[in-house]
Design a protein around this ligand. Structure first.
Ligand SMILES: O=C(O)CCC(=O)C(=O)O
Ligand SMILES: [Fe+2]
Length: 263
């Protein structure tokens, strides 16, 4: 079964790609300018080919991650009316709910609890999508896997290392890098028996920023591939469309038919 072993190869490659291979000192998260070119090259190549990696020696103490898990468990057990007291309100930067996932926030947390599903193979789970963010940092809180990623036309399950933070390149970074770094399409599939808990930290530019290719990368040999729009307009455009794989990113391409989105 060639297809299966191909999937397994990809799986083991990505799982073993940890920050331990990128950075030798535990307190660092990503290579800095002063690190060897090789370390930076690895990070560059991962963002380019995978758009996805897990950090192990990220410096966030495991007791903090444990505390996040406990707090989320306590919160989710509250009656709905109690939880709704913390509902995200327009213009707020924090709150309960996931309607406005990137909505003008510099960075927000979103926590997901997916209940067990008796027939997971019949459920699409969370719609396949790439994140409309700059980057997303994910943490799986209870060791129940469910994230699947799409690479070279194949969906395959992803295994979180314990205590790892998983970083995925979002659409804004793909646009900013003019397509050099690739946002990864992913989805969550419910587990048949176990509840899954994860927390997502969405990192975005500030509201006043524009979304577009970095001017410093532009030259006659590297013309902009994506439109430049205000973050506000980008977000409104995102929420006006159905979540569907990487379709909104396609819409941001200069050669895409449709509205002229220039700011
Ligand atoms: O729970 C996860 O592992 C991923 C969740 C996700 O894709 C999202 O919130 O955008
Ligand atoms: Fe996502």
């Amino acid at each position: 079964m060639a297809a299966k072993s191909n999937v397994e190869d990809q799986h083991s490659l990505i799982s073993s790609f940890s920050v331990q291979e990128l950075v030798k000192e535990p307190m660092k998260t990503i290579p800095q300018q002063k690190d060897s070119g090789l370390e930076l090259e690895k990070l560059h190549s991962t963002c380019r080919h995978w758009g996805f990696f897990q950090l192990v020696n990220h410096g966030v103490n495991s007791w903090i991650l444990e505390k996040v898990k406990q707090e989320i468990e306590v919160f989710y057990k509250l009656p709905l009316e109690e939880k709704m007291k913390f509902k995200i309100r327009e213009g707020d930067t924090e709150g309960y709910g996931n309607i406005e996932r990137t909505g003008g926030r510099h960075a927000i947390f979103e926590d997901d609890i997916l209940s067990p599903c008796p027939q997971p193979e019949l459920v699409m789970g969370v719609t396949p999508h790439s994140d409309a963010t700059l980057i997303t940092i994910l943490h799986q809180l209870n060791g129940v896997d469910g994230l699947h990623i799409h690479k070279d036309g194949v969906w395959f399950p992803f295994s979180f290392l314990p205590d790892a933070l998983v970083v995925n390149v979002g659409d804004i970074l793909e646009i900013f890098s003019n397509g050099v770094y690739r946002s990864i399409e992913h989805k969550v599939v419910p587990n048949a028996e176990k509840e899954r808990m994860s927390v997502a930290f969405f990192v975005n530019p500030k509201l006043e920023a524009d979304v577009g290719p970095s001017p410093s990368l532009m030259n006659p040999h590297n013309p902009p591939l994506f439109k430049r729009v205000s973050l506000d307009r980008y977000i409104k455009g995102f929420f006006s469309q159905m979540l569907n794989g990487k379709s909104y990113l396609q819409h941001m391409r200069i050669d895409c038919d449709g509205d002229d989105n220039s700011a």
